[in-house]
Design a protein around this ligand. Structure first.
Ligand code: 5AD
Ligand code: SF4
Length: 360
């Protein structure tokens, strides 16, 4: 059978809602330029059918760039001494969240490096205040903590948690994230689900040492975990890290991965990531047309942004929150879509609200 026929068959199975096998995914990921166009079109159709035309804008607040982690790919790693470190006070975080909510964000994403300076109690207090004063859903993205800590944050009112597995290959995971294991990471994702969070995860496309098989494994793992959100972005070599001289991930491969994740998780929320935008000026717009339905405008105060340097050239460094928000709105409109006005909860909560059955 010709390669083209194999591709057409795999695409046909996807279009008919059949579960894609490892082999199907492998073939689809290997698509040539012409084939990938039909894959992107299918992902766009599936996105439209399952999550509609609305794009959710999540206001991202990067509240601390301190990190005890030492991931080989990340500019925030603790051994990167060239970075000026900062922490926002609870008051500053509240102020940024208020600004984001006033602009129209119905979700606030609180993100930081692994920074134990803020205790779970501190964060719980901040979360309950934010939920009390602002009409927003809250996503937490602060990495590894204990189950008890996750529980405290959930009880305080956090709705969602983002914990990327980064790569589904256990050896690559431990090589790139010294002192940690994939197994531990997956255990945490399971806790978060048990605790009732809407859980997001994701990977990095084009990591040094990542094969096509591993990338297929990432897509299968996202499906197995049944995540409600998945962040797919390219590797971007970061100065001051051991991987600074490796090549960046490939935009087409990122978009194909994103499209395939849309096919295997039709109802998930998939952001057009900042890393994708950093790789290519058209990256985010193209992602919106390949399955993405979320943008995360940066709501971090301008003075701190340049130091949340996970990788260089990060988009929007010099912008004010208002500009980042306005750009996101423009992007949504230029894609022929509209900005959502609701919280943009995960599908389990959406279904429960529709049927009025409540959720546990
Ligand atoms: N390129 C792309 N994404 C990166 N991240 C960290 N370093 C890089 C990089 N060099 C992403 C990881 C992590 C988040 C903090 O940023 O996915 O979850
Ligand atoms: Fe820290 Fe996360 Fe970066 Fe690793 S990826 S160094 S844990 S911020």
């Amino acid at each position: 059978m010709s390669v083209r026929k194999v591709f057409a068959d795999a695409l046909e199975r996807a279009a008919n809602g059949r579960e894609l096998s490892r082999e199907d995914l492998q073939v689809l990921l290997g698509a040539d330029e012409q084939e990938s166009t039909s894959l992107f079109e299918l992902a766009d159709e599936v996105r439209s059918r399952f999550v509609g035309e609305e794009v959710h804008l999540r206001g991202l607040i990067e509240f601390s760039n301190y990190c005890t982690g030492n991931c080989l790919y990340c500019g925030l790693r603790k051994n990167n001494r060239s970075l000026v470190r900062y922490r926002m006070s609870p008051e500053e975080i509240m102020e940024s969240a208020r600004r984001a909510a006033d602009l129209g964000c119905r979700t606030i994403v609180l993100q930081s490096g692994e920074d134990r300076y803020y205790t779970a109690e501190d964060l719980a207090e901040l979360i309950s205040r934010m939920k009390g004063e602002l009409d927003v859903a809250i996503t937490i993205s602060i990495g590894d903590r204990t189950r008890t800590e996750y529980e405290l944050l959930k009880e305080a009112g956090a709705d969602r948690y983002l914990l990327k597995f980064e790569t589904s290959d256990p050896r690559l995971f431990s090589a790139l994230r010294p002192g940690t294991t994939l197994e531990e990471r997956l255990k945490r994702i399971a806790w978060l689900k048990e605790l009732g969070y809407q859980v997001g995860s994701g990977n990095i496309v084009g990591l040094p040492g990542q094969s096509l098989e591993i990338l297929v494994g990432d897509i299968l793992l996202l499906r197995r975990l049944g995540v409600e959100m998945a962040g797919i972005g390219p590797f971007i070599p970061a100065d001051g890290t051991p991987l600074e001289r490796f090549p960046p991930g490939d935009l087409e491969q990122v978009l194909m991965t994103l499209a395939l994740v849309r096919l295997v998780l039709p109802r998930a929320h998939l952001p057009a990531t900042t890393a994708t935008a950093t790789l290519d000026s058209q990256g985010r717009l193209r992602a919106l047309k390949c399955g993405a339905n979320v943008i995360m405008p940066n709501m971090t105060p301008q003075s701190y942004r340049e130091n949340y340097r996970i990788y260089p050239g990060k988009l929007g460094i010099g912008e004010m929150p208002e500009e980042s928000y306005a750009k996101a709105v423009k992007m949504v409109e230029s894609a022929g879509r509209r900005v959502s006005r609701d919280y943009g909860h995960g599908y389990r909560v959406r279904e429960a609200l529709k049927t009025g059955s409540g959720i546990s």
